[in-house]
Each structure stands twice: as structure tokens, then as C-alpha cells.
Design a protein around this ligand. Structure first.
Ligand code: OAD
Length: 239
């Protein structure tokens, strides 16, 4: 391949990537939590009205990270990241830390992270592994009751949008794994990639999604089986 430009790759992942690790998806069987849809819990309005409930939801999800491990799909994506000769970017909507634990480095968390918190008083963002409640004191400014999960809630602007848009400008291959395609702006990335000239758009999901029609290649199956297979195929083509 000497002298040739290598294709640029953008991978977008959603909850389906971590499902086989035991992290519940948002809209699947476990889509309800204490009788609420996730949209009712993951919002600034809910945090204002019932902060104890919102903290309970994220405390549970943060604590459950201690019981899960990266699966074959996370590991395969890291193999792709390390071996890919063109530019590579993994954009995840997931707030778990399974990609990092598998070794991912070229990774952007567009919806925030469970293991980060933010102080509404001093604005600092901090690493956090324990439970939070409405009286937890900020380690930076010592104010009580102003800490929130560093998660992008409904109605808030996702992180890293500029960097993601830049990557989509020059993407050749766009891969989308385990997302239902109902939450924007991520749900619009496949269309954006196609409009910027991406020739290959590959979707891996258990089923057809709201955005399947934008893909040139749809693979139905589990991420744990389909992602390692796709990674080997892509690497065989370019190496
Ligand atoms: P969803 O729960 O909406 O969708 C998960 C998708 O993964 C579905 O399309 C499933 O069919 C698919 N899936 C499940 N198990 C799978 C497996 N083993 N292999 C492959 N695919 C599988 O999750 P997201 O699309 O990630 O936002 O949700 C997007 C955003 O909505 C989340 O980031 C979250 C939520 O509200 C925030 O918290 C801000």
C-alpha cells in the first residue's frame, strides 16, 4: 500500500457494544428503571425536581461498573485502533469505562462518563468512583450539594461535537455498532458521513434500526461476534 492514502475510519458505538458485558441498554428489556423511562431520569429537569432519584440511578450504574468486564467487541475495536494505518476515531455514546479498560485511546465520550462528576459551583470536573448524594461536599471548593454526574442529559449539548464533525468531514469508512439511532446528534452521523463522501457505511446491530437505511452494509448479530469478524476483514483489506 506504499504511496497510497489509507482510508479514514470513524466508529460510533452505543449501548449494544457493552450489552454482552452485562451493562443494560437503554431501550431494551431493562429500558425502565423504577418505572421511569431513561428520558425522565436523565434530564436537568429531573435533577432539579428529584435529585435524590437521579443520584440513585447513576450511583447504581457507577457501582455496577465494578462487576463488569470488557467483551470481545471492545477488545477488537482496540486492535483496530492500534493497527489501523489511516486516521481512526472511536466516538462512544456509552458512559461506562469498558473501552478504556480494553486499552482504547483514540476515544471520545460524547455523552460524558459515569466515573466523572462536575461541580455546579466551581465548575471543576473530577474523577469519582463512589456514590454521590445531595449533600456530598465538592473536594475542590468544599461546597455541599452542588455535585452532579458529568453525563450529558437530554436537552444538553453533547461533548466533542466539533472534533467529531471534523472527523466526519474526511471519513471514508463509518462503522456504527449497537445503537438504536434515536438520539440525536449521534443518530445523524451516518447521514452526515454519507453526505461528506464516505463510501462504506457499516452497521452492526441485533436488528434493523431507525437509521439502517443510511448504511451500505448491515450486519445483524451480536457485537461480540460481528465486531471481531469485521475488524479482521478491514485489517486484511488495508494491511
Ligand atoms: P439503546 O438502548 O437505545 O440501543 C441499544 C441498541 O443496541 C439497540 O438497537 C439494540 O438492538 C442493540 N443491541 C443490544 N444488544 C446488542 C448486542 N449484543 N450486539 C449488538 N447490538 C446490540 O442505546 P443507545 O443507542 O446507545 O444517552 O442510546 C443512545 C443514548 O440514549 C444513550 O447514550 C443514552 C440514552 O439516553 C444519555 O444517557 C445521554
Amino acid at each position: 500500500m506504499a504511496g497510497l492514502t489509507h482510508p479514514n475510519l470513524v466508529v460510533l458505538t452505543g449501548a449494544g457494544l457493552s450489552a454482552e458485558s452485562g451493562v443494560p441498554t437503554f431501550r431494551g428489556t431493562y429500558g425502565l428503571w423504577e418505572g421511569h423511562h431513561v428520558e425522565e431520569v436523565a434530564s436537568p429537569q429531573a435533577f432539579k425536581a428529584v435529585p435524590e432519584m437521579v443520584h440513585r440511578f447513576y450511583n447504581m450504574r457507577r457501582a455496577s461498573l465494578k462487576t463488569v468486564e470488557p467483551n470481545a467487541a471492545h477488545h477488537a475495536l482496540v486492535r483496530l485502533e492500534k493497527a489501523w494505518p489511516g486516521s481512526f476515531l472511536h466516538v462512544t455514546q456509552n458512559v461506562d469505562d469498558l473501552n478504556e479498560r480494553a486499552g482504547a485511546e483514540k476515544l471520545l465520550h460524547m455523552h460524558g462518563q459515569l466515573k466523572k462528576i462536575r461541580c455546579l459551583n466551581c465548575r471543576n470536573v473530577m474523577h469519582w468512583e463512589e456514590d454521590l448524594d445531595i449533600s456530598t461536599v465538592c473536594p475542590e471548593c468544599a461546597t455541599a450539594g452542588k455535585l452532579r454526574p458529568d453525563i450529558v442529559w437530554f436537552g444538553e449539548v453533547p461533548y466533542h461535537i466539533e472534533e467529531i464533525s471534523q472527523a466526519l468531514e474526511t471519513v471514508d469508512i463509518f462503522v456504527c455498532i449497537g445503537t438504536s439511532g434515536v438520539v440525536y446528534p449521534a443518530a445523524g452521523f451516518a447521514r452526515q458521513a454519507a453526505s461528506k463522501g464516505a463510501k462504506r457505511l457499516i452497521e452492526i446491530n441485533l436488528e434493523a434500526t431507525e437509521i439502517s437505511s443510511h448504511f451500505t452494509d448491515q450486519r445483524q448479530g451480536t457485537a461480540g461476534e460481528e465486531v471481531p469478524r469485521l475488524v479482521e476483514e478491514l485489517l486484511k483489506e488495508v494491511l
